[in-house]
Design a protein around this ligand. Structure first.
Ligand SMILES: Cc1cc2nc3c(=O)[nH]c(=O)nc-3n(C[C@H](O)[C@H](O)[C@H](O)COP(=O)(O)OP(=O)(O)OC[C@H]3O[C@@H](n4cnc5c(N)ncnc54)[C@H](O)[C@@H]3O)c2cc1C
Ligand code: FES
Length: 323
């Protein structure tokens, strides 16, 4: 069987094992989270042996792919390979400038990037702690804001989210990598109806897309549906309702499964969205948050007539045990 070399150690690959699986099995310190090729926290650089296959470079920027970077969780080598942690050039230094509770479980964190960090609002960045812990968070701010705004939901037992909530206050240093993801506004069709729907902190990229659309003078209708189990799972309600009041073509609709309050719709997010939108054929859709719901809504929009190239989705796939 082929072997993986990493930090001067050799690890034997088992049958159909990925680079990440082999390294973790042997206790190597390698950042990771989703293990599904989405979050990009397991980025490595090929420095010898087999070149990374296209499947291990899916979703990476052209620059990362050209410099031999790959996702360790998506790479099943057929021959020996040597990998290293990513180039320092791929990492941007950051400092937390503000941290504020948006709800009992969601914190808004504003990071100043100390090096050049180009992104579109709605993409996601890999946030890295000094010890290498890495998780992806979507960007709610615009490049012109001068900071990178993240909405972080506290996850019971979660390593990064609890650190960001409880320990990493203003002035804390961290690093950013990326950005990645296709959930961002594309100018050029200002009259096209836009559908933005998400659950929980899936709101973060949607706020980024909404604000960018408005900054570009988008004139078509924009529907924002924010879903939660109960009203406590929503946040930014007043801010978004005010935005909708200021822009006649923007509709903001909170949706909960239970205990709806005034102005909220009750029901499953996918049912409400499909019912309210009617025929989504002409729409561009952005769907973010809980993976099961994201996949369900994406499928239902497609089956209802939306073109797949007009559906942009980010499923917030989490890892298993913290590492
Ligand atoms: C593209 C993308 C965008 C994202 N955007 C956002 C965003 O904008 N906002 C946001 O809040 N999140 C976002 N996420 C999710 C985020 O990346 C993290 O996965 C999330 O914050 C949890 O990280 P954590 O370190 O706190 O939890 P982890 O430590 O990774 O734990 C994850 C899960 O594993 C469980 N777990 C932990 N330890 C164990 C154990 N020993 N045994 C069994 N189970 C265990 C935890 O309870 C938790 O349920 C995004 C994810 C992706 C892929
Ligand atoms: S992309 Fe590999 S762990 Fe998420």
């Amino acid at each position: 069987m082929p072997e993986v070399r990493f930090r001067e150690q050799r690890y034997q690959l088992r049958d159909r094992e990925t680079v990440l699986e082999a390294l973790l099995r042997e206790g190597a310190a390698i950042p990771n989270s989703c293990r599904a090729g989405i979050c990009q926290s397991c980025l490595v650089k090929a420095v010898g042996g087999e070149r990374p296959p296209a499947a291990a470079q899916a979703g990476l920027s052209a620059q990362l792919a050209q410099t031999g970077h790959a996702l360790a969780c998506r790479w099943t080598p057929a021959a020996d390979v040597e990998v290293a942690l990513p180039d320092d050039a791929a990492v941007v230094r950051g400092v937390i400038r503000a941290a504020e509770d948006l709800s009992a479980t969601v914190k808004r964190i504003r990071v100043e990037a100390l090096d050049a960090f180009e992104f579109y609002a709605g993409q996601y960045a890999v946030v890295m702690r000094e010890d290498g812990l890495a998780r992806s968070y979507s960007i709610a701010s615009l490049p012109t804001d001068g900071f990178v705004e993240l909405h972080v939901r506290r996850i019971a037992g979660g390593a990064m989210s609890n650190w960001l909530h409880d320990e990493a206050g203003t002035g804390e240093a961290l690093a950013l990598r990326g950005p990645a993801g296709q959930c961002f506004y594309m100018p050029g069709n200002p009259q096209q109806p836009l559908l933005l729907c998400g659950t929980g902190t899936g709101l973060a990229p949607l706020v980024g897309v909404l604000r960018t659309a408005l900054a570009h003078g988008h004139t078509g209708p924009i529907w924002l549906f924010h879903g939660a189990l109960a009203p406590a799972g929503l946040y930014m309600e007043e801010e978004l309702a005010e935005l909708a009041r200021q822009h006649g073509h923007v509709q903001y609709q909170p949706v909960v499964l239970q205990d709806p309050q005034q102005g909220m719709m009750q029901g499953a997010l996918d049912d409400v969205v499909l019912r309210e939108v009617g025929n989504p054929k002409a729409w561009r859709s952005y769907v973010c948050g809980d993976p099961a719901l994201v996949n369900k809504i994406r499928k239902r929009l497609f089956l209802a007539g939306a073109a797949s190239r007009e559906i942009f989705a980010d499923a917030f796939v989490m890892g298993g045990p913290a590492n």
